[in-house]
Write a protein that binds this ligand. Structure first.
Ligand code: GTP
Ligand code: ZN
Length: 487
């Protein structure tokens, strides 16, 4: 019976250590904050409680390396610096450091100049074991505190991460502050519904976006004019560009200055071509070193050696499965990701209630009519009496279509979570905040786990963690604290 319902619902049925770990985190928090019967109640409101549990656990373990706020100006010793992670490969991260202690003599071949000023010095860094232990992931784009710096060999160790302003998953980059949504006028032609999906996905990140239309040399001026006014009615001001004719590239360069940008868009529109154009264009990249400035500073040997044995012994899976992404420094400050983003917008972060906020047309009407509001709170703008949103705008049918799609997804998730016995199903909150139901792996329901047992399971999981963890257990403060507590 159980098996049949799993297959009917096509639930994922794989065992992953991450889920185990997360589960223990949940149990710890549930056990700590109330009576054991609450566990069953809490499972019925999975989202909030799971998130709270995660927060609790993060706080609990974060005391070892509290997240630095963006305003923090840590006192830096001579062998410390603040920098930006530009790329990550195997266990190494390349960090660009802007401000070098004045008395430090750095091998000039390692610095990037931009005419008058310096773009920075690149350091090859490892991530300190304590950050791995507390699961503080370091992403490309992160602002980090680097310590133990050897300025001559240009090596260091990432000691801590500053709070992120933003985080996107495809590609995984922190602190992106600008998305360039790229479509093409022809080959392939713009498809308005597909463009809407991309725009909604981009809007849902909360990151400012620019819409650019490539291959503009393939179409007539009339067609460009027509699209311009059409997109204005969607409340977007498109930039027409062409990698082939170089039209609009200066404008794009200007927009991207001082920002970290990722280019997103469907296949074939010229994302990679545009990245290459911006990267290869001396005018745009200014005086960044002619040879690829991101060649491994100590020779590629370093990286190749690290690639060997990358498969985890326990899980049999590759440990570094995330897409590779690097940030290319731009001459006026800022970075451009060398890997394009979301080819296929999943809209997983969009809920039926948030969808309307991702259409500027709706935002505008609601803002202009303030303080008047739709008659219903949480109005889905389906044309009910008292709704401020009419059907007199081009993308209204797209709004309805996406709303249907999202409703179906949400109902499926609710049904899966709500009707399954809690012993069969548990909920997982994904990285992007989406709740997913999964078959439970353990049958011990309602039983409160003793603190000792709980800590032990966490220990098991920490032990299981990685073959790559090199800190001996006795040197690890978390493990030691947990052991002491459970004895
Ligand atoms: N006519 C014309 N062709 C272009 C232009 N820019 C890029 N192309 C061509 O469009 C094709 C696709 O370009 P890519 O850069 O690979 O597109 P992409 O968006 O990265 O595609 P995916 O890698 O599939 O996501 C290539 O043949 C390019 O040469 C342009 O401005 N005009
Ligand atoms: Zn409404």
């Amino acid at each position: 019976m159980k098996i049949a319902s799993f297959s009917l619902l096509r639930l994922p049925f794989t065992v992953s250590t991450t889920r185990h770990r997360f589960f223990s985190a949940f149990i710890i928090a549930a056990g700590r904050h109330g009576n054991p019967n609450n566990v069953s109640r809490k499972l019925q409101q999975p989202n909030k409680n799971l998130l709270k549990a995660r927060e609790t656990i993060n706080k609990h373990f974060s005391t070892l390396a509290p997240i630095l706020s963006l305003e923090d100006k840590p006192q830096l010793s001579h062998d410390q610096a603040v920098g930006t992670v530009a790329s990550s490969q195997a266990n190494f991260m390349r960090v660009i450091v802007q401000h070098i202690p004045p008395e430090t003599s750095v091998d000039p071949s390692g610095s990037f100049s931009k005419g008058s000023g310096e773009i920075g010095v690149e350091l090859l860094c490892v991530v300190k074991a304590v950050l791995k232990k507390i699961k503080r992931r370091v992403l490309v784009g992160d602002k980090v505190l680097v310590g133990s710096i050897d300025w001559v060999d240009r090596r260091g160790a990432i000691e801590n991460v500053f709070q992120r302003k933003t985080e996107i998953l495809d590609p995984p980059v922190a602190n992106v502050d600008h998305l360039l949504v790229l479509f093409s006028m022809d080959q392939p032609k713009i498809e308005p519904f597909s463009l809407t999906r991309f725009l909604v996905e981009a809007e849902s990140t909360g990151i400012p976006l620019t819409l650019a239309l490539n291959k503009s040399e393939l179409v007539s001026q009339e067609e460009i004019k027509a699209w311009k006014s059409r997109l204005r009615s969607w409340a977007y001001e498109p930039i027409f560009c062409s990698v082939d004719s170089k039209r609009g590239l200066d404008t794009l360069q200007f927009i991207m200055r001082e920002q970290t940008s990722v280019i997103v868009g469907p296949s074939g529109v010229g994302k990679s071509s545009l990245i290459n154009a911006l990267r290869g264009n001396k005018h745009i990249l200014g005086a960044v070193k002619e040879q690829n400035s991101f060649d491994p500073i100590l020779g590629s040997k370093w990286y190749e050696e690290q690639r060997v044995g990358e498969v985890s012994v326990r899980s049999g899976r590759g440990k570094h499965t995330t897409r590779h992404v690097s940030l290319l420094p731009l001459p006026d400050g800022g970075y451009l990701a060398d890997t394009p983003g979301f080819n296929q917008p999943s809209l997983l972060k969009v809920t039926k209630n948030s969808l309307a906020h991702h259409f500027p047309e709706i935002r505008k009407v609601l803002k202009d009519s303030e303080p008047a509001k739709c008659a219903f709170n949480n109005c889905l703008h389906l044309g009910e009496p008292g709704c401020l949103i009419k059907d007199d705008w081009e993308r209204y049918p797209y709004y309805l279509q996406l709303l249907d799609e999202i409703k179906i997804r949400e109902e499926f998730q609710l049904r899966t979570i709500g009707t399954k016995r809690e012993s069969d199903v548990r909920c997982k909150v994904g990285d992007n905040g989406v709740v997913q139901a999964e078959p439970r792996l353990e049958a011990k329901k309602y039983r409160r786990q003793s603190r000792k047992r709980v800590n032990q399971s966490l220990l098991d999981e920490l032990d299981e963690l990685d073959d790559e963890d090199d800190t001996p257990e006795d040197d690890n403060p978390i493990l030691r604290a947990l052991r002491e507590e459970s004895n």
